[in-house]
Design a protein around this ligand. Structure first.
Ligand SMILES: *Cc1c(COP(=O)(O)O)cnc(C)c1O
Ligand SMILES: [Zn+2]
Length: 402
């Protein structure tokens, strides 16, 4: 049995694992779709009992895992490469720059980590169906992991999700329900479905194990280096919370002695978390239009934890324009070989912006940028900027290259 309890991030009340499923029963009761989630649960591990079993040289991360390994689906998720990007880092004044390439997950995004753990939980609870609302990646991740586990994925997606992501879900055998409306509309509908019909809900932050799944990215980073700063793009703020939770667990365990500064990057028009951190007052992003579909959110479900992650780690939030995102995507691809989707590139665009400002990180800082999704997920986004050369006759004289 994993040794953890759930604690409400609002009222701090504690619950046994068997007594809760989604939100804190008290604080969650006042939640209504359309505001950031209330009563998000945090898994609190008994680090005192884990410490004697933990070997830093050969860490067993299952000690910090909220679901028993016997329920893990067969698909291998995570363990993605941490790529050194020294030359690119030198251009930005931070030679110790690394990219955590989570596009190399089975379905091509970091979302596989959350889907993996929630699906393991579904197997533990003998649930035959896992339900989620998603702009694409959470859904394609869930579809892939459910295919591997042999349970049904039921997915509510906004009509406008990128085609590659829709193809992924459908081919993996998920039941896909496109919803006329936004991601936020799909989110509401999926909550109603699991409340009144059936299935385990995998909605981001609503199921506490989405955060636990995503935290594994931090555990893996910490296995290789101790970052001073981590850059992550934020839509709902759940990857950010997961990154924060992972480093917080390591801090409590005594593996690290301080949190890395967490930098949350949002698109200029999908900036609810940014404004919340800057002003202390929450309000929706009224018109969250951005080329980075994965971080396009009106009302970030995990806004409260996201704000805490930034403040506690003494990081910051930044916003970037679509232009800056596409520049960052091209620069990353050309200088490192890592082709990440616009939402992944947004995190790097944030680093570029920070380094051009008066708050630039010092030269000796160890920096990790999380490339959250694969570039092939959405080739329409950069297509307009790509000039594909015209064909020539297959004769050497036609080749103009010396
Ligand atoms: C979901 C996603 C994000 C943002 O994660 P949130 O938890 O919504 O903040 C960033 N990049 C990619 C590729 C994603 O799929
Ligand atoms: Zn509570």
């Amino acid at each position: 049995m994993p040794s953890f309890i759930y604690r409400c991030t609002d009222c701090r009340r504690e619950f046994a694992r068997a007594d809760v499923r989604y939100l804190c029963p008290d604080c969650g009761a006042s939640y209504r779709p359309g505001i950031p989630l209330k009563g998000v649960l945090e898994a609190v591990f008994d680090v005192d009992s884990i410490r004697p079993k933990f070997d830093r040289a050969r860490p067993d991360w299952n000690l910090l895992c909220a679901v028993e390994p016997e329920f893990f689906p067969p698909l291998i998720v995570g363990r993605t490469p941490l790529v050194s990007a020294r030359r690119l880092g030198e251009e930005l004044g931070v030679p110790k720059l690394h990219l955590k390439n989570d596009g190399q997950n089975p379905s091509g995004s970091l979302k596989d980590r959350a889907s993996f753990l929630v699906t393991a939980e579904a197997l533990r609870l003998k649930e035959q169906r896992v339900v989620c609302a998603s702009t694409g990646n959470a859904a394609s991740a869930l579809a892939a992991v459910c295919a591997s586990a042999g349970v049904e994925a039921l997915i509510f997606v906004p009509e406008k999700a990128p085609r590659a992501k829709l193809v992924q879900m459908v081919l993996s055998g998920a039941r896909v329900v496109p919803v006329r409306g936004t991601y936020d509309d799909a989110f509401k509908l999926s909550l109603e479905f699991t409340a009144k019909r059936s299935g385990l809900n995998r909605n981001t932050a609503y199921h506490p194990l989405t955060i636990e799944g995503k935290k594994t990215v931090s555990l893996e980073i910490a296995e290789q280096l101790t970052p001073d700063a981590v850059f992550v793009s934020a839509g709902d703020g759940v990857i950010l919370a997961g990154v924060h939770k992972g480093f917080s667990d390591l801090l409590r365990l005594g593996v690290i002695d301080k949190l890395p500064k967490l930098f949350a990057i949002q698109a200029e028009k999908s900036d609810a978390i940014h404004r919340y951190v800057e002003t202390g007052t929450y309000s929706d992003a009224a018109d969250p239009k951005t080329i980075a579909d994965s971080i396009s959110v009106t009302c970030p479900s995990n806004a409260h934890w996201a704000r805490r992650a930034v403040l506690e780690s003494k990081g910051a939030t930044l916003t970037v324009t679509d232009e800056e995102i596409l520049d960052a995507q091209a620069r990353l691809a050309a200088k490192t070989g890592v082709f990440t989707e616009p939402a992944g590139a947004a995190a790097f665009a944030g680093l570029v912006k920070l380094q051009a400002s008066s708050r630039a990180l010092p030269k000796d800082a160890t920096v990790v940028v999380i490339a959250t999704g694969h570039g092939l997920k959405d080739i329409d986004a950069p297509l307009a900027r790509v000039r594909i050369p015209a064909a020539i006759d297959p004769v050497l004289e036609a080749v103009t290259i010396a």
